[in-house]
Ligand binder design. Structure first.
Ligand code: DAK
Length: 268
């Protein structure tokens, strides 16, 4: 049921084991209100707790239409929030951003048009970002008297370096696609949205021949390690490296190499 979806503000479709997740408020440039965030929470929780990567091997997230990926958190909704409501809203957005990181399958943010504020933050929670040549990133919250509230103060620094992140956040300026590429915020640019989706599918085609379990564990160790010192991260890596030896995929991958054949991974 979740595949066709009973959602109003997002859409999800599964084709050949790849999930296409679309933020679907085109008239409001896909701005994130509480309903979008709640629907995302429900869907992502399902991927983590029910699907567990068994049918959905990878996810592509885009914004509906050509103009925006996500133009930010919904300013109209935020305008009348009390401090308590703002805390709940921020907590929900942060929770959703963490769910992207916890997905057992890789997720590529395909950014078309504007990825501002909460939109840039959601994209940064994905495994990596592809963008169209006309994409525009930014954290313009200070122009509204706000600060980034869905992880931007933390994740942007980790991706582009703290001082560059400060310059982007303090000025609230637009970061065009070419610059986003040069600072590692986006990792590949495409002329059109269609070519970008095709590029993401090509990347998934390489990933899908590899062990889903090994990708899942790599993602977990890399995301968890991001919050740790290198020494703590190495401990985490060592534990998971050892645990992988009890997986079917490791047995199959190494056996296939010895037998000079392609592996047949199950993801277990
Ligand atoms: N929120 C609500 N509506 C938005 C929106 C947004 N972020 N962005 C665009 N829209 C709506 C417009 O109001 C307009 O609606 P109608 O007037 O047609 O009803 C429609 O989308 C089309 O937008 P425009 O007419 O403005 O389109 P343009 O091509 O002229 O301009 C634009 C495109 C992207 C340059 C412009 O729409 C714009 O500047 N949008 C706002 C961008 C922005 O400032 N984004 C950052 C939002 S702040 C926190 C939690 C979260 C956050 C902070 C704190 N805590 C709880 C602590 C996050 C904050 C943000 O993301």
């Amino acid at each position: 049921m979740y595949i066709t979806g009973n959602y109003e503000t997002i859409a999800f479709e599964l084709k050949e084991n790849i999930g296409y997740l679309t933020i679907n408020r085109e008239k409001k440039l896909n701005a994130l209100n509480s309903q979008v965030l709640s629907e995302l929470k429900t869907l992502l929780t399902h991927f983590i707790e029910e699907d567990k990567g068994q049918t959905i091997k990878g996810v592509i997230i885009t914004g509906a239409g050509e103009k925006a990926f996500i133009a930010g958190a919904d300013i109209a909704q935020m305008q009348n929030m009390s401090v308590e409501e703002a805390r709940d809203f921020g907590a929900l957005g942060q929770e959703v951003s963490l769910l992207f990181e916890k997905l057992p399958m890789p997720i590529i943010a395909c950014v078309n048009g504007f990825a501002l504020g909460g939109g840039c933050e959601m994209a940064m929670s994905c495994d990596f970002i592809y963008a169209t040549e006309s994409a525009v990133f930014g954290q313009p919250e200070v122009k509204l008297g706000l600060i980034p509230g869905f992880g931007g103060t933390q994740r942007l620094s980790k991706i582009v370096g703290r001082n560059r992140a400060k310059e982007i956040i303090y000025t609230g300026r637009n970061v065009k696609a070419e610059e986003a590429l040069s600072i590692g915020l986006a990792i590949k640019l495409f002329p059109t949205k269609e070519e970008m989706i095709a590029g993401a599918l090509k990347t998934f085609s390489y990933m899908l021949s590899n062990s889903p379990n090994a990708i899942k564990i790599s993602k977990k160790v890399m995301n968890e390690g991001n919050d740790l010192t290198v020494t703590q991260g190495l401990t985490c890596e060592l534990e998971q490296f050892a645990a992988v030896f009890s997986s079917e995929d490791m047995q199959e991958g190494t056996k296939a190499f010895i037998e000079k054949r392609a592996p047949n991974f199950t993801g277990n």
